[in-house]
Write a protein of this length. Sequence first.
Length: 346
Amino acid sequence: MSQIEPPSGNIVIVDDNPSNLRVLSAMLDQAGFKIRPALSGELALRAVAASLPDLILLDIRMPGMDGYEVCRRLKADPRTSEIPVIFISALSETEDKLAAFRAGGIDYVTKPFQSEEVMARVRTHLQLRHMQQHLETLVDDRTEALRASRQQYHDMLVQTIQAIAMTEEKRDPYTAGHQFRVARLADAIAEVMGMDKDAREGLRLGAMIHDIGKIYLPSEILNRPGQLSEIEFAMIKTHPEVGREITAKVAFPWPVAEMIHQHHERLDGSGYPRGLKADAILPEARIIAVADVVEAMASHRPYRAALGIDIALNEIRRGAGHLYQPEVVDACLRLFEQDGYRLPTA
């Protein structure tokens, strides 16, 4: 079996302060990473273009081109768009961090930083990057090798999706198992509605990673016991779009990327990220939406205790016709109230 965790990596560090460059370079060089420092955004773009790094550490406030613009240019270029960018800045306001994530950053470290924190985040994101590359290679290699065997190809897809789902849920212990429970409930709803077996399989796999976009969100926001600010909630609301970007290039035989993108849309257009209405929303996404709400309300969250299945069912009953598709709601209510369905405990 091939090794996923990289023993080292090639890192470009961008900071107009020579002292900061020396400290970061020495620390990472001692840990076995190959370091290329850059004193400006322009020099950083040249260094990246000359030889693609595995990861970039990027300051924000720099003369000339600031870090936001550097990151936007990197993400606009297909050759560099997938390189993880960690911002390291003295700017500590939530608005600054949100701007960094909007520009395409994957993480944010506030100066003055702790060396242990920087090392942990660098290693985590390099591991995630190599894991993503490993999974993409696995999909490409096995698709070619197993083209004649639909069952083997199907098994590979399931295993890959399960690996991706587990990677995301390892970061958020409060919602461990959420995606799998939503997938089980969505499949049961689809069966009651008479959806054919192949479409149900695509639905189940899409539901299994519907929150994969949260992998790019800071864990302190995901796990916070308390009310989120408007800006923090705006960050949370980016996860369907990020999830679509992560899965869009994988050649699934079902519209998995769009299921992920649309699972927070609502019939009346009040959902996000695009405010889609009615038939513009995929049937699979309408089912995931109901299963997601029921599971989330019935389960414990960092900011509240479990509300219970009765309250969850009353919520979708009230939203039938304007938030949720009535046929989906009816099927879900039948499962719990007539067929004795229970959410899995694991």
